[in-house]
Design a protein around this ligand. Structure first.
Ligand code: HEM
Length: 502
């Protein structure tokens, strides 16, 4: 009676008997769905907690609060390498699945939730699922990321690095002088400085015009607000697109953010001028895209996407490396020694040929977790038959969402001993094939990071300069660990990675 009364209130005009019927049908359908998903679904044999078998809410919630990668890793420890994390979603932590999912025959298609990273109604090179749509755009720009073009443009990146070094030295001096005068060194946010370098390197090298982040000399570089808005999309990344769009619209209306809007306007006007001033026959990123015939507005969007992708991940990685080097001064000293010897032999060497520098960057990319979460893909029509490294067989039917997260792979103690420790030495003297296979900071296969070479060059040039110029001498890392919200692009809690200088 009470329930039919409530339902009567919800469905105006319904008689008590109709209300009871509607309620019975609703409860019956829900129960059947739960029973089907838990016990009769084709994925029923894949282990996982009961809640994940019946609803996606568990993954949505943990993604929102920023701990889904560590939670999923815990589930892998309990249930094994292949687990059901939602009614139609599987997570795999066994590196043997990387090649079939991400690279063999072009890899599986990206999942529909990538559309949540569309910008202003346009699919970007990153968010699109349509291979034809992507091919037109990526073919036009891929040459700028080739090693040979990067080598010819390395002076541009070196120029950005030199400005960043000057800025770091200046801020280190201020930190030291505060320490002398007040006994308290001033903390320096190296995340902000590293992001500033990253936006300058991307804009100078790809767009032919610097954003000028390093020269801003503020606590929060002006593109940060825009970048953070897109980072925050990550907490809703796995939601169905229509839910995401509704949430986005509502939150913009209810909680407008003045700082983020100002930053977005600054980025808008930067890319607007850039594209306005470009011609179809110039060799810049935007010129190459204009030549494909896509609209000017879309070209602006594709440039904005690079400002986000290029600033955040590289910034997080570089600042994490600085923090780790400040914590482990013996690693920093060894790095300086290697670089000084190489400089003395022949200063024109390729920094990527230095084994210890290479080990520091690899280890930095492994532990930084700039992109910790699973890269979701959809099982193709023929299904996915997978034999795990421990000999178990799993069959995933067509349409299942499947993903592997760097967080589980990079922190697997069977592959990387003492996995949370920063130990560049592990990469010297023949790293195991499993280590080489499972370190995937840039993703893998046809949809791996298009700018991997550019980001790698930035990291090598910047870390070499930081060692060569003795920037971190006397530096101390603030805090015991760098805490992250484990979103698609992780958010550093407090948006700070700090060092002090004594
Ligand atoms: C250390 C720095 C970087 C890291 C760790 C990183 C990481 C990644 C990862 C993991 C993916 C693949 C994600 C997936 O499969 O869903 C990706 C894709 C991508 N990244 Fe990066 N990235 C970095 C720097 C950059 C830079 C500097 C740019 C641009 C200037 C960039 C632009 C892109 C684009 C456009 C894609 C999409 C490629 C495609 O789907 O075809 N990234 N990145």
């Amino acid at each position: 009676m009470a329930l039919s009364g409530i339902l009567g209130g919800l469905v105006p005009g319904a008689t008590p008997s109709v209300s009871v019927l509607i309620l019975t049908i609703a409860i019956g359908s829900l129960t059947s769905l739960i029973v089907y998903r838990a016990f009769f679904d084709p994925l029923r044999s894949i282990p996982g907690p009961l809640i994940c078998r019946i609803t996606s809410l568990w993954t949505y919630w943990h993604s929102y609060i920023g701990d889904d990668c560590s939670k999923i890793s815990q589930l892998h420890k309990r249930y094994g390498p292949v687990i059901r994390i939602a009614p139609h979603e599987i997570s795999i932590s066994d590196g043997a699945a990387l090649a079939p999912i991400y690279s063999d025959k072009g890899g599986f298609m990206k999942a529909p939730c990538y559309a949540n990273f569309d910008i202003e109604g346009h699919s970007t090179i990153f968010s699109t699922r349509d291979p034809g749509h992507r091919a037109i755009r990526s073919k036009a720009v891929v040459p700028v990321f080739s090693m040979s073009n990067l080598r010819s443009g390395s002076d541009t990146i070196e120029g950005c690095v030199a400005k960043m070094i000057a800025r770091m030295k200046e801020e280190a001096a201020e930190s030291r002088s505060a320490s002398k005068t007040s006994g308290q060194p001033k903390p320096v946010n190296v995340l902000n400085i590293a992001r500033s370098l990253a936006v300058d390197a991307v804009s100078s090298y790809l767009f032919g015009q610097t954003f000028g982040g390093v020269s801003e000399k503020t606590d929060k570089m002006s593109a940060n607000g825009y970048v953070d808005t897109l980072v925050a999309v990550g907490r809703f990344f796995f939601l169905p697109n229509f839910v995401f769009l509704a949430l986005e619209m509502t939150s913009q209306k209810l909680w407008p953010d003045k700082d983020e809007d100002e930053s977005a306007n600054k980025v808008d006007s930067f890319v607007g001028n850039l594209v306005q001033g470009s011609a179809k026959d110039d060799s810049t990123y935007q010129g190459r895209l204009l030549k494909t015939g896509i609209s000017r507005h879309e070209v602006e969007v594709q440039c904005k996407d690079l400002i986000f992708a290029g600033t955040d991940s590289t910034g997080t990685n570089l600042s994490t490396i600085c923090w780790q080097l400040a914590k482990r001064q013996e690693v920093y000293a060894k790095l300086q020694e290697e670089i000084a010897e190489a400089d003395a032999r022949d200063p024109s060497y390729n920094p990527q040929s230095l084994p210890y520098l290479d080990a520091v960057i690899r280890e930095g990319l492994r532990v930084s977790m700039a992109n910790p979460t699973r890269f979701p893909r959809i099982v193709p029509p023929q299904g996915f038959d997978f034999e795990s490294s421990n000999g178990q067989r799993f069959y995933l039917p067509a349409g299942t969402q499947v993903g592997m997260q760097p967080y589980s792979l990079h922190f697997d103690p069977d592959v990387f001993s003492d996995p949370f420790a920063f130990k560049p030495e592990r990469w010297l003297n023949d790293p195991t094939p499993e280590m080489q296979r499972d370190a995937i900071p840039f993703g893998l296969g046809s949809r791996q990071c298009i700018a991997r070479n550019l980001a790698t060059m930035e990291l090598f040039l910047a870390v070499r300069a930081i060692a060569r110029e003795k920037v971190l001498e006397g530096a101390r890392a603030v805090g015991e660990k760098i805490e992250l919200m484990e979103w698609f692009n992780s958010k550093v809690k407090g948006e700070k990675i700090e060092l002090t200088w004594q």
